[in-house]
Design a protein around this ligand. Sequence first.
Ligand SMILES: *[C@@H]1O[C@H](CO)[C@@H](O)[C@H](O)[C@H]1NC(C)=O
Ligand SMILES: *[C@@H]1O[C@H](CO)[C@@H](O)[C@H](O)[C@H]1NC(C)=O
Ligand SMILES: *[C@@H]1O[C@H](CO)[C@@H](O)[C@H](O)[C@H]1NC(C)=O
Ligand SMILES: [Zn+2]
Length: 307
Amino acid sequence: MTRKTGDLSRLWHFGFAVVLLFVSILAGGVQAWSKEGHTMTCRIAQDLLESEAAHAVKNLLPDNVDGDLSALCVWPDQVRHWYKYRWSSPLHFIDTPDGACSFDYHRDCHDQHGNEDQCVAGAIQNFTSQLRHYREGTSDRRYNLTEALIFLSHLMGDIHQPMHVGFTTDQGGNTINLRWFSHKSNLHHVWDREILLTAMKDYYEKDMDLLLQDIRGNFTDGIWSDDVSSWTDCDSLHACVTKYATESINIACKWGYKGVKPGDTLADEYFNSRLPFVMKRIAQGGVRLAMILNKVFHHGHAAMAAT
Ligand SMILES: *[C@@H]1O[C@H](CO)[C@@H](O)[C@H](O)[C@H]1NC(C)=O
Ligand SMILES: *[C@@H]1O[C@H](CO)[C@@H](O)[C@H](O)[C@H]1NC(C)=O
Ligand SMILES: *[C@@H]1O[C@H](CO)[C@@H](O)[C@H](O)[C@H]1NC(C)=O
Ligand SMILES: [Zn+2]
């Protein structure tokens, strides 16, 4: 869940807290890759940073996380309902037309009022271009580059969660209530968290380090190692984010929504066939976040075109 008791107490500082609270309940559990998904994406990425990027990331992180990017990778979900960060709430997902099974940047990347670029694909470009202003030892007053780094790292996870590029009416599966084995859930949450938690419990002794080791093994010398160079292949950041979002909606259609009706019980068959996609999306999010950070912080950093 993205709403935490701490967030709520903050809201009370504002006069219209009750209204906001009500609106956020109505907006109903619009969730995100779980804590575990974001943490793993960021740990995979940080491990793949070249020295300049590794240095810049450490330099931008606040002291209390001891150089660990993953410690802050869920933060954008925790603040999205705070008054100060309300602007960020449309930046975690993309609503595509019901049944279209495609992503078109100009058609789909906007918030509910039609403001262009207000979606996860636009936001990744936004925070990446802010980070291009990074110079060690100077502080840019236009942007908070610590926040830009954290948002970028989080949103690279979100754009890879297939149901974050879902249909408009069902809010990326959030309104499709069903059962995951014996407990109540919804289709969005199945992809955010349930599949991952069931896998950790059944196959990895609930140990994220074991799972991460397995994921890394599979892209360095395993099922994805021939594929991994194509993951980072795209001509511009705009082309990259378009590719990631397109992959997500394709998986959402073929594997997320397919055959699922409200009230269904999803169990072993769904779990076993979808698990490989969840793992691959976490791996791709991490590898690609590292690629972007390595380019952005590379000396002279003209490597990645701005458009
Ligand atoms: C870009 O980031 C700024 C905060 O630095 C924010 O106000 C703006 O809404 C963001 N736009 C997008 C498209 O992410
Ligand atoms: C940047 O954002 C972080 C996290 O919200 C905050 O702790 C820090 O004070 C901000 N820095 C500036 C210069 O505003
Ligand atoms: C890694 O690949 C093996 C097959 O070689 C597979 O059984 C395993 O589930 C994969 N693990 C992950 C986390 O992708
Ligand atoms: Zn999110």
